[in-house]
Design a protein around this ligand. Structure first.
Ligand SMILES: Cc1ncc(COP(=O)(O)O)c(C=O)c1O
Length: 377
């Protein structure tokens, strides 16, 4: 089926018993069993829940994958993937990953013997240098947060597979409407469903999609064993969100292109980062491997003082963490998403005190542009 059809229908059908068109919220922790060892596929809600299963099937279909596994947050999803690795295994990671991912890897999982090599995965020579016989996983974010650097997913997958390593891509920024990493050779896709998949800023969740049966079985075991599962209400909200993913993303993107052009033409900015701009260093690659450029833009206003003035002047953009909702948000990466990254590392990444990031919503582009214009002035 086409993507718009899958958004609405994949993984769900009217309820057999009642005819309810929308998958019900199965708000139950346990299920009646019919006798010793006899149940109807559901025993306990940490192990399985029909609302969660509908979400898992739906997003798996959108990512063009076979298996979906939902989690209580994007971080819980990533944490469970990393449990496929053990002590002394090496993981090559995009150096510019979301700050929370950096925190999980460098400040939590490293203690358990996992070895992380943070490199600029947009530079294939750096990836090649970082791969060793001990590399088990390459963990990519593309485009990155907040610098919007783009990694050649297919090229990295080829390099990783040649030494028997797997590739996981955090596809949160693009959503499957714009990019399907499994079709580019990646083995695992992870999302914070909190963002574009839900799209309405009213839940926190994560999801993993993959094709390999044995790995999916192990992740299913871990999902139950570790227990970082989402509640049925949050699954319902995410599933309601994915129904409109395609139409929302179209509008997010169109608005983002307009605002990126406006910002690029603005005299008072030190830099504007958006892969859709022709002078972005990875514009051609972004065009080749994705169906659009996304709705996240970052720009440098030059100093912390000016960033603060802009943040206090915007009216339509809301100063808040997160991204991907229908409403436009603005944030200050150095103190917010990347607050847990050491200052020296932040500077190396380009996350300067004057850098601002916007998540472009689906409001009228003219209103958003006017808001930024007056705040910058
Ligand atoms: C790219 C990316 N990945 C993962 C996460 C973590 O997701 P969650 O906040 O749902 O745990 C975020 C959160 O901002 C993110 O931006």
């Amino acid at each position: 089926m086409g993507f718009y059809t899958d958004c609405v229908h994949a993984g769900q059908s009217p309820d057999e018993k009642t005819g309810a068109v929308i998958t019900p919220i199965f708000q139950t922790s346990t299920y009646k069993q019919d006798g010793i060892g006899k149940h109807r596929g559901y025993e306990y809600a940490r192990t399985a829940n029909p609302t969660r299963e509908a979400l898992e099937r739906n997003v798996a279909a959108l990512e063009r994958g076979k298996h979906g596994l939902a989690y209580a947050s994007g971080m819980a999803a990533t944490d469970t993937i990393l449990r496929l690795c053990g002590p002394a295994d090496e993981i090559v990671v995009t150096h510019n990953v979301y700050g929370g991912t950096y925190r999980l890897f460098a400040m939590v999982l490293q203690q358990y013997g996992l070895v992380f090599r943070f490199v600029d995965t947009a530079d294939l020579r750096e990836v090649e240098r970082a791969l060793t016989p001990k590399t088990k996983l390459v963990y990519l974010e593309s485009p990155t947060n907040p610098m919007l650097r783009v990694t050649d997913i297919r090229a990295v997958a080829d390099m990783a597979h040649a030494i028997g390593a797997r590739v996981c891509v955090d596809n949160t920024f693009m959503s499957p409407y714009l990019q399907t990493p499994l079709e580019l050779g990646a083995d695992i896709v992870v999302h914070s469903t909190t963002k574009f998949l839900n799209g309405h800023s009213d839940m926190v969740g994560g999801i993993v999609v993959l094709n390999d049966d044995a790995t999916a079985q192990r992740l299913r075991f871990l999902q139950n064993a570790v227990g970082a599962v989402p509640g049925p209400m949050d699954c319902f909200l995410a599933l309601r969100g994915t129904k409109t993913l395609a139409v929302r993303m179209r509008q997010h993107e169109e608005n983002a292109r307009t605002l990126a052009r406006f910002l690029a033409g603005h005299k008072g900015l030190a830099s504007v980062n958006y892969p859709g701009l022709p002078d972005h260093p990875h514009h051609e690659l972004a065009k080749k491997q994705a169906r659009g450029f996304g709705a996240i833009i970052s720009f440098d206003v030059g100093s912390l003082e000016r960033a603060d003035r802009v943040l206090r002047s915007v009216r339509l953009f809301t100063l808040a963490e997160s991204l991907g909702g229908v409403e436009s948000l603005i944030s200050h990466p150095a103190s917010m998403t990347h607050g847990s990254v050491p200052e020296a590392d932040r500077a190396k990444l380009g996350v300067t005190p004057g850098l601002l990031r916007i998540s472009v919503g689906i409001e009228d582009a003219a209103d958003l542009q006017a808001d930024l214009d007056s705040a910058l002035r």
